[in-house]
Unconditional design. Sequence first.
Length: 189
Amino acid sequence: MLSTIRSKIKDKKASGPIKNSPQAAVLIPCFEKDNELYIVMTERSLDLPSHAGEVAFPGGKKEDSDSSLSDTAIRESLEEINLNPSDVKIIGELNSIESRFGLSVTPFVAEIKADSVLKADPNEVNAIFYIPISFFRDSPDISNKVTNYKGESFTTPVFNFESYKIWGLTLAFTLSFLELLDIQFDYDL
């Protein structure tokens, strides 16, 4: 499956960061093991001032010391889940999306070693978990959530994996990633 992702992502032209917006990046770490493809996600610490307890890919705001957004995603992955940068191979970039806080967030798909030893920084991450792609292929448990954005309430889909709820920007990036594998859902995000 990684070969399919490599092939499809190189043919895609990502939108690039949204101009005139603060920049952030996330890493979509994936690996193959026992004929299954997995993606790595986190549940953010409950003590964080924003997005506490939400499911996310490792990532964050670009710092002046970062030479690129992919460096941002890799640095944040080291800080949040102790992902060794030498275990990361960037496969490609997906389209950037503006967060509800006005950040331009750029996702980078990366292959990591299946035996990478990950450890959550308790100040930022409550849990690290691995989702097999078969979860998305095999009629995942999908519910709805009412949320607010710019004063408006709306209903958004939520993918329920074990005790984790994947929604919002993380779900949008996940669905964009899954399109590389021809896995699509009929939901308007």
